[in-house]
Design a protein around this ligand. Structure first.
Ligand code: FEO
Length: 369
C-alpha cells in the first residue's frame, strides 16, 4: 500500500498470533516493512518467515521486475528478519545495511544465506538520488543490534520496535485507531517488551529530540502521524518509571477464596482512601496483561495462598516475568492465606524486595478471613 509519495508499506498482518515469547497478543500484530522507490530501490526491514512469500509478492506488485538495491536491517529478531533468506535469494545483488551486531547476529541466524553487508555507524548515511537515509543505532531497544533509520527529506523515522504496538486489526495510521487505543496498545507493548531498557529509551528520545520528525513508521502496528507528541510524552514517562501516585494494582491467585477476600479487602481499603484500584486474578488473566496494567501504577500488591510450601504457579510465573521487566519506583505488599506453614507470603515478599520496591508490611491469614 502506498503511504507517501514513492514510499510503500509492505507489511504483513498477523491477526491470528496470540503468543509472542511469553507475551499474549490478544489482537495479533503486524510485521512492518517499507519500500522506498528512487533511482535505487530500498527495502526497510523484512517480515516474519511464514510471510516471506506475501512480502515478495507485495514487492513485485510495486516494482515489477526491477531489483531491490539496498536493504536496511534495523533489527535481527526473527519477527523482522525471518524473511531475509527468501528475500536475498530473490534479490542476490541487494546490499544489506545494519550495525556490526546486526551482521554478527544475521550470520548466526541465517548461516546459509549469502549477501553483501555494510556495517554502519551512528550518523552514517545512505544516499539515493532523492533520499538520504541516516542510521541511528539504538542498542537494546530492543536487542544489541537495534537501529532506527531517519529519512531526512521526508522527515520519517523508521523506528523499528520503538513506538511499536501489537495490533493486528488492520489499521494503517494512528488516525484510524484513535489516541486512546494507540496509547493503550503502545503501553501494553512498552510494558511487555521495552520496559527494562528505560535508560536506552531516554537516549533514543534525546536523539529523536534533535531531529524534526513528521512521521514515525514503527515495525509493529500503526504509522504515527498525528499523535507524535503524545506518544513521545508517554515514552518519556514510561522510560523514567513515572507512575500514577493514586493507582493500585492487586494481582493474585486463590485456592479456596481466602486470598481473594484479602484482595477485595485491600481494594476496599485503598478505594476508601481515594486510590484507583484494579484487581487482577491470575486464573482469569495472563501475566502479560497484569504487566500491562501495572505500567503506570505506583502500588503493586501481590497475593497467593501457600500451596505445597510454595506460592501458586501462576503467581510465581508473574513474578518471574515482572522481575525480568524491571519496573522501578514502586511500593509493594505481599499477602495471602495459609493452612499450616505459610511460605508463599515470605517468598513473594522476598521477590518484591529484590525488585527494589519499597515494601509495606505483609498481610497473611490462616485458613479463612
Ligand atoms: Fe519486534 Fe525485537 O522484535
Amino acid at each position: 500500500m502506498k503511504i507517501f509519495e514513492n514510499i510503500y508499506s509492505v507489511r504483513a498482518v498477523d491477526s491470528e498470533i496470540r503468543e509472542f515469547h511469553g507475551y499474549k497478543t490478544p489482537i495479533g500484530t503486524t510485521y512492518n516493512a517499507y519500500l522506498v522507490i528512487d533511482d535505487k530501490i530500498t527495502l526497510i526491514d523484512f517480515v516474519k518467515a511464514p510471510f516471506a512469500n506475501e512480502l515478495l509478492n507485495d514487492i513485485q506488485a510495486i516494482i515489477g521486475e526491477k531489483p531491490i538495491d539496498y536493504i536496511i536491517c534495523n533489527h535481527v529478531e526473527p519477527d523482522h528478519s525471518g524473511a531475509l533468506p527468501e528475500v536475498v535469494k530473490s534479490y542476490p545483488n541487494a546490499i544489506v545495511y545494519g550495525t556490526a551486531a546486526c551482521e554478527k547476529e544475521l550470520k548466526a541466524y541465517y548461516p546459509d544465506s549469502t549477501y553483501d553487508f555494510k556495517v554502519v555507524q551512528n550518523g552514517d548515511c545512505l544516499h539515493t538520488s532523492h533520499h538520504t537515509f541516516r542510521f541511528l543505532p539504538m542498542p537494546m531497544v530492543h536487542w544489541p543490534d537495534s537501529m532506527s533509520t531517519y529519512l531526512e527529506e521526508e522527515k520519517i523515522l523508521f523506528s523499528n520496535d520503538a513506538f511499536g504496538q501489537h495490533i493486528g486489526t488492520g489499521e494503517m495510521f494512528d488516525t484510524d485507531l484513535g489516541l486512546e487505543k494507540l496509547l493503550d496498545r503502545a503501553g501494553d507493548y512498552y510494558a511487555n517488551i521495552v520496559l527494562p531498557f528505560g535508560m536506552q529509551v531516554q537516549k533514543v528520545l534525546e536523539a529523536a529530540g534533535a531531529i524534526d520528525i513528521k512521521t514515525i513508521c514503527p515495525s509493529h502496528g500503526t504509522i504515527i502521524k498525528k499523535f507524535i507528541p503524545e506518544i513521545i510524552e508517554k515514552y518519556s514517562d514510561w522510560s523514567a518509571n513515572k507512575v500514577k501516585e493514586d493507582k493500585v494494582v492487586i494481582i493474585f491467585d486463590t485456592m479456596w477464596g481466602t486470598t481473594r477476600k484479602l484482595a477485595q479487602k485491600l481494594s476496599d481499603d485503598y478505594t476508601q482512601k481515594g486510590f484507583h484500584v484494579e484487581i487482577i486474578n491470575l486464573s482469569d488473566y495472563h501475566y502479560s496483561y497484569a504487566m500491562s496494567r501495572l505500567l503506570e501504577a505506583k502500588y503493586i500488591f501481590v497475593g497467593s495462598p501457600t500451596l505445597n510450601n510454595q506460592m501458586m504457579p501462576t503467581v510465581s510465573a508473574f513474578l518471574t516475568y515482572m522481575q525480568g521487566l524491571k519496573p522501578k519506583n514502586r511500593v509493594s505488599l505481599a499477602f495471602g492465606s495459609y493452612g499450616w506453614s505459610g511460605e508463599s507470603i515470605t517468598k513473594i515478599n522476598d521477590i518484591l524486595t529484590s525488585c527494589g520496591f519499597e515494601m509495606l508490611d505483609p498481610i497473611k491469614t490462616m485458613w479463612n478471613y
